[in-house]
Design a protein around this ligand. Structure first.
Ligand SMILES: Cc1cc2nc3c(=O)[nH]c(=O)nc-3n(C[C@H](O)[C@H](O)[C@H](O)COP(=O)(O)OP(=O)(O)OC[C@H]3O[C@@H](n4cnc5c(N)ncnc54)[C@H](O)[C@@H]3O)c2cc1C
Length: 482
């Protein structure tokens, strides 16, 4: 098949005929829905960038699996350079789209499943790895988008899957058949689900003996029978449906999260990559989470770049750009943002080869990266709000500009540095609003906190990876303590 162009990707998604519940209605023509279209355009950008002669060296890479040139968003990393290039590519996508471009979760899932299935086969004499290779070869050759589905609803957090009032609160294998399995449950918060061709399902936590039905990893097409989609709301999302796009903030692109229900979905054996091997569920979760925590070193810094650029511009527009405290705040934003990026690069350059042959990030540094992401974007948002001024929360609607009376007053009283048009100042304020409290804040702030797991999950991994006992022994040796 070869690499698709953005419009070919959009056609291929349309041909799936996906339907979803959106804003209380059953939406049939999703690609034309005002909420969905910006999210699909953001994914289409990742296809066009692979065609663009300026960026194709970063986006295209030869696959060790299919021996062909593939989009890096479906690549199994073959070196630490590949890991670094992934982060660079993510940063580039974000500065161009100003939002989540949704294609990383499937990439991170694939790399984690590739190495986990290999090790599982060694121990249990299963054949998941070859199955997965066949599957992923097809994904690469057809240049498809894959949703990475890990997060279960989880019900009462103090209870194990088996103790929940409803066993479907963790997605499970409901029935074993000679030719496949039937799965039942849901995955919440699914990024870019309705812009994907396929779904890779993984367990949400380390399963224990007795919890075999919940230790499941498999792939299904997004248009498989029995799957239902319920669209996630974002703050100010209906502005995308209004006539005046200035109020949206991000003029072209947007993110997407979807609640996805699997109501007795059949999965044939060739698409099953874990079926009850509880001892590998935790390995898969940790590896996926670490790749995804690395991803934020690229994708959150790029949105940070947009916010920093918008903040520096609004400072000029407001006439405060020469003030030393404003400059300090912008430098602080850059410092925090580049610290996140540095962690993304560091966990990539110190990554290591797995026994399956692909490369895994340095788990300690990937978790440090994500723990910083749970804090720094909030501080960037605070500083941007400080610099932008109160209009961020009180500015009249763009539609008022058309009104002879209101429009005249807005032009007069919202004018600041006369080198800039009032309408341009409004655009910048709306972009900042989008990122700090609007639809963009879902990706920039809430996802920074919870995506790839909440902060406590990173702290556990940091504690586990930090080799504290070794450090204690080193100090004892240094001080001659027996
Ligand atoms: C914008 C966005 C995009 C996302 N995209 C995806 C995606 O594409 N694919 C995907 O699979 N997931 C996705 N996620 C889900 C994300 O991984 C989860 O939100 C995250 O793992 C936290 O889970 P939760 O939301 O259920 O919160 P909870 O797990 O309920 O966490 C809430 C708080 O409770 C604490 N807590 C939870 N359980 C316990 C416990 N047993 N004991 C003590 N404390 C506990 C946590 O530490 C946290 O402080 C996305 C999330 C967001 C916000």
């Amino acid at each position: 098949m070869g690499l698709k162009k953005g419009d070919e990707y959009l056609k291929s998604i349309k041909s799936l005929g996906l339907k979803a519940h959106v804003l209380g209605e059953k939406a049939e023509n999703l690609p034309e829905h005002g909420l969905v279209e910006p999210a699909q355009k953001a994914v289409a950008f990742t296809y066009d960038a692979a065609q663009d002669k300026e960026t194709r060296d970063l986006f295209c890479v030869e696959s060790a699996l299919c021996k062909d040139v593939v989009n890096r968003f479906s690549h199994l990393h073959q070196s630490t350079d590949d890991l670094v290039n992934k982060v660079k590519m993510q940063r580039y996508c974000g500065i161009q789209t100003g939002c989540c471009f949704q294609r990383c979760v499937g990439l991170d899932a694939a790399n984690a499943i590739f190495s986990t299935t290999y090790e599982c086969d060694q121990k249990h004499a299963t054949d998941y790895h070859e199955r997965f290779k066949d599957y992923w070869r097809w994904i690469q050759q057809d240049d498809l988008v894959v949703d990475g589905a890990m997060t279960d609803p989880k019900g009462d957090r103090s209870k194990r899957p088996i103790e929940q009032s409803d066993p479907d609160l963790f997605l499970r294998i409901k029935e074993q058949r000679p030719d496949g399995i039937i799965i039942s449950g849901a995955k919440l918060h699914q990024t870019g689900m309705l812009n994907s061709h396929e779904i890779l399902i993984m367990p949400t936590l380390t399963m224990r003996p007795g919890e075999e039905p919940w230790a499941v990893c498999c792939a299904v097409p997004t248009n498989a029978r029995g799957i239902h989609y319920i669209y996630g709301r974002q703050s100010s999302d209906t502005r995308k449906l209004e006539t005046y796009h200035l109020d949206v903030g991000n003029p072209v692109y947007g993110g997407q999260e979807v609640m996805t229900v699997f109501d007795d979905v059949y999965v044939p054996n060739e698409r099953v990559f874990m079926n009850g091997e509880v001892d590998f569920s935790g390995v898969l979760v940790e590896r996926f989470a670490s790749y995804h925590r690395q991803s934020y070193g690229g994708c959150k810094t790029e949105v940070g770049d947009v916010l920093i650029g918008a903040t520096a511009l609004i400072a000029k527009m407001n006439g405060v750009d020469k003030a030393s405290h404003i400059n300090d705040k912008i430098v602080e934003m850059i410092h925090l943002n580049e610290t996140i990026y540095a962690c993304g690069i560091a966990c990539s350059t110190t990554g290591e080869q797995t026994s399956a042959g692909n490369f895994q990030v340095n788990m300690l540094l990937a978790n440090v990266c994500k723990l910083n992401v749970t804090r720094f974007p909030y501080e960037l948002a605070r500083l941007a709000t400080d610099v932008a001024g109160g209009l961020l929360g009180t500015m009249p609607a763009a539609a008022e500009l058309e009104d002879p009376l209101a429009g005249k007053y807005i032009q007069k009283y919202l004018s600041a540095n006369t080198q800039y048009k009032t309408v341009d100042r409004m655009k910048v304020l709306r972009l900042i609003e989008n990122l700090v409290v609007g639809a963009g804040a879902v990706g920039y702030l809430i996802e920074s906190m919870h995506g790839a797991g909440p902060p406590a999950a990173q702290r556990i991994m940091i504690r586990r990876q930090a080799q504290i006992e070794e450090k204690i022994d080193q100090v004892k040796a240094f001080l001659s303590i027996k």
